[in-house]
Design a protein around this ligand. Structure first.
Ligand SMILES: Nc1ncnc2c1ncn2[C@@H]1O[C@H](COP(=O)(O)OP(=O)(O)OP(=O)(O)O)[C@@H](O)[C@H]1O
Ligand SMILES: C[C@@](O)(CCO)CC(=O)[O-]
Length: 437
């Protein structure tokens, strides 16, 4: 294990995500298929020698900078556990975020943020970001027996916020990873690699630190579980798909767990490398509102919407199978081009079908529909990705380069219509960490 040095300085980085199939239906218990993007959020943490003991949170994507003192956070947030759903302080520690009563916790933090900003109301994106920071800071640090030094924490994302590419999940995953890495680095610096690391009054826990240059599968699972709390702040009722995809990276098949059970997450490591064209509709929207819209439709037309959700489940499962088959073809030598094209054509059909179902759920937008029509006239296939109502659409790009001219023509057509296009590959690494000294 490479030793970390004092003062701590490191960068954590998490990808955004694209939902290939299953947005919205996944919230209602159906299968989803998602992949990480190679567009990322990075968080830099640098311990400082600030004499006034400040934690400086810099959020340039939101034009927001905020300073808390370590003392203020210690006194207000770290002296007690967050509100719990059941049990008491002695049942809680870093390893059980699910014990937290998130709605009560979020409400208290929102009140604090507004009070400390001396405002009746903050723009919602800023408010959510500050609440997410405080929730993860408090939840993750409160039970662990380490001393927090003043630090600078800067978040920079190359993702467009509020557009369906998982900026909120990527942000929450980075925050959770940064705080967990901070703890394991402190523990390693203090050579407490064995024994209880809980504060008095909290449930005992040990932390096994194997390698400070990567996150183990177990650590990733913990990061994803904490990031879900961040997602609840942004969306109210997230499925857990976005935080899982941004934590683990690659291509994932996901199904939300039934009441009290964990999610079923399958890493599809053998899938073909997929290239997509992301198209920004330029319309910003709010995920929570889109989720509420689908729930309202489900209440109003239960049979229609349930059958739609079931059909979407079938689409995600079929697409996952095709992706695996395409992956197997990749490694074979011989005349596989015809098979590859025919499987790709099936994937494209599924994209069209899913876009139609998303329209049934009421989550498309005239701009997204216009993108789909333009793309279709050029012989390609597009669907919205994420919560819809605006944000991004994606187009699966053909596996062979022979259609490059056609792709270029489609891109130019979209750009002439005012849409911004980004060509990217799916399946990049999940959460990573680099120690700066
Ligand atoms: N780099 C960032 N800095 C600060 N806050 C961020 C950052 N990225 C995301 N956020 C927070 O996440 C919110 C965006 O969440 P929202 O769910 O609406 O969009 P999304 O995650 O991009 O879309 P989707 O959930 O459909 O993939 C922002 O308003 C902000 O509160
Ligand atoms: C719309 C949704 O399915 C995806 C948002 O990226 C919400 C969720 O899964 O939490």
């Amino acid at each position: 294990m490479l030793p970390v040095k004092y003062p701590l300085a490191f960068i954590v980085s998490a990808p955004g995500k694209v939902i290939l199939h299953g947005e919205h239906s996944v919230v209602h218990g159906k299968t989803a298929l998602a992949a990480s993007l190679n567009i990322r959020t990075n968080i830099t943490v640098k311990e400082g020698d600030s004499v006034d003991g400040k934690i400086i949170l810099d959020l340039p994507n939101l034009d927001t900078k905020h300073a808390y003192t370590v003392l203020e956070l210690n006194e207000i947030f770290l002296s007690n556990p967050p509100p719990l759903l059941k049990g008491s302080q002695c049942d809680f520690n870093l390893y059980n975020p699910e014990l937290i009563n998130t709605s009560k916790f979020i409400e208290t933090l929102r009140e604090y943020v507004l009070k400390s900003e001396k405002l009746q109301q903050l723009p919602f994106p800023q408010e959510c970001a500050l609440v997410a920071f405080l929730a993860l800071y408090t939840g993750i640090f409160c039970s662990v027996n380490i001393q927090i030094q003043p630090f600078f924490i800067g978040v920079v994302s190359d993702l467009t916020l509020g557009s369906g590419c998982g900026s909120s999940a990527s942000f929450s995953v980075c925050l959770a990873a940064a705080f967990i890495h901070y703890i394991r680095s402190k523990i390693s610096l203090n050579s407490i690699t064995h024994g209880n690391i809980s504060k008095n009054g909290y449930k005992d826990m040990e932390m096994e630190i194997i390698d400070l240059t990567v996150f183990s599968a177990k650590e990733k699972e913990l990061i994803s579980r904490w990031a879900l709390i961040g997602e609840k702040i942004m969306h109210g009722n997230p499925s857990g798909l976005d935080n899982a995809t941004c934590t683990f990276g690659s291509v994932v098949k996901f199904r939300k767990g039934k009441e009290g059970q964990g999610a079923v997450l399958e890493h599809l490591s053998g899938t073909a490398k997929l290239k997509i064209l992301l198209v920004d509709s330029g319309v910003r929207r709010d995920t929570a509102r889109m989720l509420a819209k689908v729930s309202e439709r489900l209440k109003c037309y239960p049979q229609v919407v349930q059958s739609t959700l079931d059909a979407m489940d079938g689409i995600a499962i079929a697409a996952a199978e095709i992706l695996m088959l395409l992956g197997e073809l990749d490694t074979e030598i011989g005349d596989t081009l015809k098979q590859q094209n025919s499987l790709h054509a099936k994937l494209e059909e599924l994209v069209d079908m899913n876009q139609a179902f998303l329209n049934v759920l009421g989550v498309s937008h005239p701009s997204l529909d216009r993108i789909c029509r333009t793309v279709s006239k050029c012989g390609f296939h597009a669907k919205l990705t994420g919560a819809g109502g605006g944000g991004y659409a994606f187009i699966l790009l053909p596996p062979c380069s022979s259609q490059q001219t056609k792709v270029q023509q489609m891109k130019e057509q979209l750009e002439r219509n005012g849409f911004v296009c980004t060509e990217t590959e799916l399946g990049s690494a999940g959460i990573t960490v680099s120690n700066l000294i």
